[in-house]
Write a protein that binds this ligand. Structure first.
Ligand code: OAD
Length: 257
């Protein structure tokens, strides 16, 4: 059952009893699964993807900027966009939501599985460990094609994007693009945690991208209590037991203190 939409004003309209009741559930939980999306980094100053005005996909098409075909069609354009995002992420800091999650995870060793669709590394910079990164890491590169003996990241030529001087293979960002498989081990661990958890927090994701969004369905099917934390309605509200329409950096410190 979902709660009726809450007031979205910035003044934390949530009743104390509502927070206390979820804190009690958290206290009693055997295992907590947390899934985060771009909204978890919004208050750090990182744009989301689907915001109608400021989202990346309001300005760029995912096919052009987040697919292998788009990269091959315009390698420099795509590379430059990732370099821009890397520069931006270097300038921002983890927010109070990232920190609250990291501190809870450290205080309750082994009781939380943290899964993120974000590639910005802000959970890790807040101190979270381990973090299951389903969509890769923005700061890392990998070879576009399986590397040959001549492909050595220490010896590349050009920088937009760098290429192997021997065979022309490109370096590309080590993120998951549309049409590509998620890292098998991370996805498997996330799905196992979804089956095993009794509480799941779904934070800052529109819930439109699978298989990440499927974790909430798996958790709900297994009887876990599912909570969506997001100022806007999401595609996962229908599987949630509670929807808290709040920005995550505002509510997570109070919930996870
Ligand atoms: P989206 O841009 O689809 O959704 C971001 C969500 O964050 C929206 O539902 C917002 O309402 C919510 N939001 C905004 N500010 C928030 C805040 N302060 N606190 C909590 N929530 C807030 O981003 P994702 O769901 O992460 O994939 O997108 C999933 C994947 O689609 C991304 O990993 C990316 C994208 O295309 C690839 O690039 C492969």
């Amino acid at each position: 059952m979902s709660f009726a939409p809450l007031d979205t004003s910035a003044s934390l309209p949530l009743a104390d009893t509502e927070i206390a009741s979820l804190r009690q559930r958290l206290h009693n939980a055997r295992h907590l699964l947390v899934l985060t999306g771009a909204g978890a980094s919004a208050e750090s100053g990182v744009p989301t993807f689907r915001d109608a005005q400021t989202g990346y996909w309001a300005q760029f098409s995912p096919e052009e900027m987040a697919s292998e075909a788009g990269f091959l069609a315009h390698p420099q354009r795509v590379w430059d966009w990732y370099q821009y995002r890397r520069d931006l992420v270097r300038q921002v800091m983890p927010n109070a939501g990232h920190v609250a999650l990291a501190q809870w995870q450290a205080r309750h060793s082994g009781r939380m599985t943290l899964v993120t669709q974000n590639v910005d590394g802000l959970h890790q910079r807040a101190g979270s460990t381990p973090v299951l990164c389903l969509h890769g890491n923005l700061m890392d590169n990998r070879w576009l094609l399986p590397p040959k003996p001549c492909c050595d990241v220490r010896f590349t030529e050009g920088d937009a994007p760098p290429q192997c001087p021997g065979c022309g293979n490109y370096l590309r960002p080590a993120v998951v693009w549309f049409g590509e498989a998620l890292p098998h081990a991370e996805l498997q661990q996330a799905q196992d945690a979804a089956k095993a958890c009794d509480l799941m927090l779904v934070i800052g994701t529109s819930g439109h991208v699978y298989p990440a969004a499927g974790l909430a369905h798996i958790a709900a099917r297994g009887g876990a209590h599912v909570v969506v934390i997001n100022p806007e309605p999401t595609a996962l509200d229908s599987v949630a037991d509670r929807c808290w329409r709040l920005p995550s950096a505002q509510i997570l410190p109070a919930l996870l203190a």
